[in-house]
Design a protein around this ligand. Structure first.
Ligand SMILES: [Zn+2]
Length: 217
């Protein structure tokens, strides 16, 4: 491969496609119309009050010229000079892709992110997902799992007081033989009882939690 800078940008652009990104320019842009209520709409690229036709009009070969504004420096844009920018929402889509799309097969097994995935309201995960961090189900929230969760080796799932985890025919397993396991917050003394009802876990319809020795703490 020619190692020139321009070709490196192209490689990054193509990897962006592999991780679910479309172009920022017509006609291969965007899943839907320019509709801010569409969860796929990238408002950090196309604005909060988009016109019906919001994406960049510049095709490949477009040069960024102040005043013309038909293309930007976005890596998924069509300009052939300088493109080196992913927006935060594009980054979010790539992270999502690495968790739920086929790209997750190519992430190294030991990847672990010590930021936490917090579940703060009721959610149903009816898809297969590879997680790279701990999951905490917060007070007042219920996480229902009907798909498969694959946890990192160090990763654990914490069910706080007043929270609930329901595994309904789903599977929770690890990317390797063992993973960090479950912490269901229990009330062992009077003070803890004052903090709220114990965390709950409910397994039903053939639910499986495997490769962990711990189911309470
Ligand atoms: Zn492309």
């Amino acid at each position: 491969m020619n190692p020139s800078y321009v070709n490196t940008q192209t490689l990054v652009h193509e990897l962006g496609h592999c991780l679910d990104l479309l172009h920022t320019y017509e006609p291969s842009c965007c899943h839907e119309t320019c509709n801010i209520s569409d969860p796929e709409y990238l408002y950090d690229l196309f604005g909060y009050n988009p016109p019906s036709y919001c994406w960049e009009k510049g095709h490949f070969g477009c040069k960024i010229t102040p005043g013309e504004n038909t293309c930007t420096n976005n890596i998924m844009g069509g300009n052939n000079m300088l493109h080196y920018y992913f927006s935060p929402m594009q980054m979010g889509k790539m992270h999502r892709s690495l968790s739920i799309k086929s790209g997750k097969k190519y992430v190294k097994e030991d990847v672990y992110d010590n930021r936490v995935c917090k579940i703060k309201e009721n959610e149903t995960w009816n898809f297969d997902i590879r997680c790279y961090s701990d999951i905490i189900v917060e007070r007042g929230a219920t996480l229902t799992v009907t798909g498969k969760i694959t946890m990192p080796e160090q990763g654990k799932i914490v069910v706080k007081r007043g929270a609930k985890l329901i595994v309904d025919g789903g599977i929770i397993t690890g990317i390797r033989q063992k993973w960090g396991g479950m912490e269901i917050k229990k009330n062992r003394n009077g003070i803890q009882h004052l903090l709220g009802r114990e965390g709950e876990i409910e397994l039903k319809n053939g639910a499986v939690i495997e490769n962990t020795g711990k189911l309470g703490k």
